[in-house]
Write a protein that binds this ligand. Structure first.
Ligand code: PLP
Length: 422
C-alpha cells in the first residue's frame, strides 16, 4: 500500500540520511534520482510513489530467488514464532541441518561450515582458518578482486581507492592480474597460505577468466601446499548457470565462501566452508578460536535451507543459464546499435556486465534505465561496467522488457551525449 504523502516521506528520509547516516551518500543517491523503496515482490521493487521497477540488480546478487519468495518467508515466519535467535548454549537443529545440506551441494570435500552473516565475515573466517591450518600468512589475490571491506577482506580486495585510505592493511597480501596464470605462478611460493579468488570477478566488472585458468590456479596451489580459497559470495548458488562458479572448470577448493543469496533474499546469511584437512587443524586445539554471536542463527539457517530447496525444486541453475543466454543475446543486439559507446557485453548465466567505452556513460545509462523502470548499477571496482544480476526466477518477458528498456536508455544516453558534445 502506498504511503499517504510519499513526497514528504522521501524528503524526510533524505534529510535523515543527510543528518544521521552519510551526507555524501545522500547527495550521490539523490543525484542519481533514486526514490524511497517501499515494498517488493518477486522481480519487482515498488517505490513510495507507487512506481514499479524490474530489479535487474537483484541487490548485487542477494535476490536470486526474487523478493520475498513465499517458501523462504514461510520458513522464516514459522521459526520466528518458535525461536528466532539461538541461546548459543544448546544445540541448534536449523544450524546443523543447513551445514549438512551445504556439505551435500558444494563441490569436492568441503564438509565443514562456519556460518556467519555477510560476505566480508565469511572471507575473514577463511583468512583466519587458512593461517591457522597452514601456519603461513602470505595470500595471493587479484587486482580488481572484491572480498569485502573489513580489514582482512579489504586486504584481499584489489582496488586502491578503497584500500589506500586504510593503510597499513593486514600484511602479507599480494595482488596479481586476474586471469594471468604466469603472474600467479610467480607470486605463489612455499610461503603462501592461500590464493583468494572469485571464479568470475563481480565488482571488478564481471570479468570471466580464460578457460582453464581456475584449474591451473588449483594445480599451482597443490604444488606449493597453498590453499585454494574460492570466494563464491556473488557467483554461488546458481548465479552463473551452475550451482557454483568453480563447477564450470571442475575445480575443488580447500575453502569456499558464500553469502548474498544464501539467506534467500529474506535474512542475511554467510558461510565459510572447508575440507577436513583444513578445518581440523584450525579448530582442533580450541573449537572457539573463531565464532560469531549471530552467525547461523535459526532464522538465517531456515532461510538458507529453504533457499537450497527452492533452487533445486525450481531448477534455478538451469533457468539462470537459459535466461542468461536470452538476456546476453538481447543486450548484444543493442550493443551492435551503439558500437561507439558499448565496448562489450559479457557474462555467464545471469551475471552480466555491459562495458562502456568511456567513463560516466554507464552512470547516465543507469539513470535512463531507472527512469524506464529497470534497476541496475555499476560495479564497485570498475565504474565503466554496469551489471545485470536479476533474480534467477526472471521470465522471458521480463528479460525482453529489460533489453528493450536498455535499447531506449541507450538512445536517450547517446542523444544526451551528442547534445553535450555539440
Ligand atoms: N565477496 C564478494 C565476491 C562480493 O561480491 C562481496 C560483496 O559484494 C563480498 C565478498 C562482501 O560481501 P558483504 O558486502 O556481504 O560483506
Amino acid at each position: 500500500m502506498k504511503p499517504e504523502d510519499p513526497e514528504r516521506l522521501l524528503a524526510d528520509t533524505r534529510e535523515k540520511y543527510r543528518r544521521f547516516v552519510n551526507p555524501g551518500l545522500e547527495r550521490l543517491m539523490s543525484f542519481a534520482g533514486f526514490g524511497l523503496e517501499w515494498e517488493a515482490e518477486g522481480c519487482y521493487v515498488t517505490d513510495a510513489e507507487g512506481n514499479r521497477y524490474l530489479d535487474c540488480l537483484g541487490g548485487y546478487g542477494v535476490f536470486s530467488l526474487g523478493h520475498r519468495h513465499p517458501k523462504v518467508v514461510e520458513a522464516v515466519k514459522k521459526q520466528l514464532d518458535r525461536m528466532p535467535l539461538s541461546s548459543k548454549v544448546f544445540f541448534s537443529k536449523p544450524l546443523a541441518d543447513l551445514a549438512e545440506r551445504l556439505a551435500a551441494v558444494v563441490p569436492g570435500d568441503l564438509q565443514y561450515s562456519f556460518l556467519c552473516n555477510s560476505g566480508t565475515e565469511a572471507v575473514e573466517a577463511a583468512i583466519k582458518i587458512a593461517r591457522k591450518a597452514t601456519h603461513k600468512s602470505k595470500f595471493v589475490c587479484t587486482i580488481g578482486g572484491f572480498h569485502g571491506k573489513s580489514m582482512g577482506s579489504l586486504s584481499a580486495s584489489g582496488r586502491e581507492v578503497f584500500r589506500a585510505p586504510f593503510d597499513p592493511l593486514v600484511p602479507g597480501f599480494v595482488h596479481v592480474p586476474f586471469g594471468d596464470i604466469d603472474s600467479m605462478r610467480e607470486a605463489v611460493d612455499d610461503e603462501t597460505a592461500g590464493v583468494i579468488i572469485e571464479p568470475i570477478q563481480g565488482e571488478g566488472g564481471i570479468v570471466i577468466p580464460p578457460d582453464g585458468y581456475l584449474r591451473q590456479v588449483a594445480e599451482l596451489c597443490r604444488a606449493r601446499s597453498a590453499l585454494l580459497i574460492v570466494d563464491e559470495v556473488q557467483t554461488g548458488l546458481g548465479r552463473t548457470g551452475r550451482m557454483f562458479g568453480v563447477e564450470h572448470e571442475g575445480v575443488e577448493p580447500d575453502l569456499m565462501t558464500l553469502a548474498k543469496s544464501l539467506g534467500g533474499g529474506v535474512i542475511p546469511a554467510g558461510a565459510t566452508m572447508g575440507t577436513p584437512a583444513v578445518w581440523e587443524p584450525a579448530f582442533a586445539e580450541n573449537p572457539l578460536i573463531h565464532s560469531s554471536t549471530f552467525g547461523g542463527n535459526p532464522l538465517a539457517a531456515v532461510a538458507g535451507l529453504a533457499t537450497l530447496q527452492v533452487i533445486e525444486e525450481e531448477g534455478l541453475c538451469e533457468r539462470s543459464a537459459q535466461m542468461g543466454e536470452r538476456l546476453l543475446r538481447g543486450l548484444r543486439a543493442v550493443q551492435a546499435d551503439f558500437p561507439s559507446h558499448i565496448a562489450e557485453v559479457r557474462g555467464r548465466g545471469l551475471m552480466i556486465g555491459i562495458v562502456f567505452s568511456e567513463d560516466d556513460v554507464g552512470e547516465l545509462c543507469v539513470g535512463q534505465l531507472t527512469a524506464r523502470g529497470v534497476i541496475c548499477a555499476y560495479t564497485l571496482n570498475n565504474p565503466r561496467v554496469i551489471r545485470m544480476e536479476p533474480p534467477l526466477i526472471i521470465t522471458e518477458d521480463q528479460c525482453d522488457f529489460a533489453v528493450s528498456a536498455f535499447g531506449d536508455a541507450m538512445s536517450a544516453t547517446s542523444a544526451l551525449l551528442q547534445e553535450l558534445g555539440g
